[in-house]
Design a protein around this ligand. Structure first.
Ligand SMILES: NC(=O)c1ccc[n+]([C@@H]2O[C@H](COP(=O)([O-])OP(=O)(O)OC[C@H]3O[C@@H](n4cnc5c(N)ncnc54)[C@H](OP(=O)(O)O)[C@@H]3O)[C@@H](O)[C@H]2O)c1
Length: 254
């Protein structure tokens, strides 16, 4: 008989980046509810503590994952605390409204440092532990990792890069028994639009426009996305690797 998710993830060690808000917070809580030990990572200590206050299985590590040497510090913190590491969820990320005419080299560099380079260095530092436990990586992409996004092309390009890393690493690491998948959410309630520096009125307009375009007529909730991140990481998902799973209320089909 197949074990229920809670027992398969019991005592597994999971790192979730960007766990102080939105999809990352919901993901940290979903893993903790399934019995995992979770290291919640992000820059704002207060936001992480608010996540951890909701479940005793969550520990926090305030850190900027784009910092020099920080990815290794993050991985070591989990491995030192619990003795192993089974799952890395590369969720922290940002969007940036940036039409071509306004493109700024530093903003492109910063966006790729967060959305592409940091997940890469975290995965690299996690590798010995994931090899030892035949673990899993889940990268959080976006519907716009495989659709065009006028006005935010570099966000779309950074997520496209993450999807190609997912496929390539899946092949590269298959012999080690490490599974690598990506989750591509559509528009989901979170702090992402505000964090991109957009005024409230613009955020509201974007949300209304997105809702109108989504076949299921609403934006997603972080919990709906988190549930699929947990499914992809679940040790029972033994036969899936290199896949990008889109969760977007049907937006991809339009
Ligand atoms: N919401 C959507 O509609 C949507 C759709 C598709 C994909 N996504 C993707 O889903 C992921 C989660 O986003 P979200 O929607 O939940 O937005 P969010 O609420 O803005 O979450 C992003 C998280 O990343 C953390 N973060 C940002 N820069 C960081 C850094 N340098 N070091 C460490 N942590 C950092 C933030 O925490 P601190 O500010 O405290 O560091 C924040 O908790 C992102 O990769 C995003 O691109 C979101």
């Amino acid at each position: 008989m197949t074990a229920p998710p809670s027992s398969r993830l019991q005592d597994q060690v999971v790192i979730v980046t960007g766990a102080g808000s939105g999809i990352g917070r919901a993901t940290a809580l979903a893993f903790a509810h399934a019995g995992a030990h979770v290291l919640a990572v992000g820059r704002r200590a207060e936001a992480l503590h608010q996540t951890a206050a909701q479940h005793p299985g969550i520990a926090v590590l305030p850190a900027d994952i784009t910092g020099d040497g920080t990815p290794q510090v993050v991985i070591d913190a989990a491995a030192d605390r619990w003795g192993h590491l089974d799952v890395l969820v590369n969720n922290a990320g940002a969007t940036a409204a940036m039409p071509l005419a306004d493109t700024d080299a530093q903003r492109v560099t910063d966006l790729f440092a967060l959305n592409v380079t940091a997940p890469t260095l975290l995965a690299q530092a996690a590798l010995p532990h994931l090899r030892a436990g035949r673990g899993a990586i889940v990268n959080v992409s976006s519907t716009y990792g495989h659709r065009p996004l006028p006005g935010a092309a570099h966000y779309a390009a950074s997520k496209a890069a993450l999807e190609q890393l997912t496929r390539s690493w899946a092949l590269e690491l298959a012999a080690d028994g490490i599974r690598v998948n990506a989750l591509a959410p559509g528009p989901t309630e979170s702090e992402a639009l505000t964090a991109a520096g957009l005024p409230d009125a613009v955020v509201e307009q974007i949300k209304q426009d997105e809702t109108a375009r989504i076949p299921l007529s609403r934006r997603g909730t972080p919990e709906e996305v988190a549930a699929w991140i947990v499914h992809l990481a679940d040790p029972a998902a033994t036969w899936i690797t290199g896949q990008v799973l889109t969760i977007d209320g049907g937006l991809e089909l339009t």
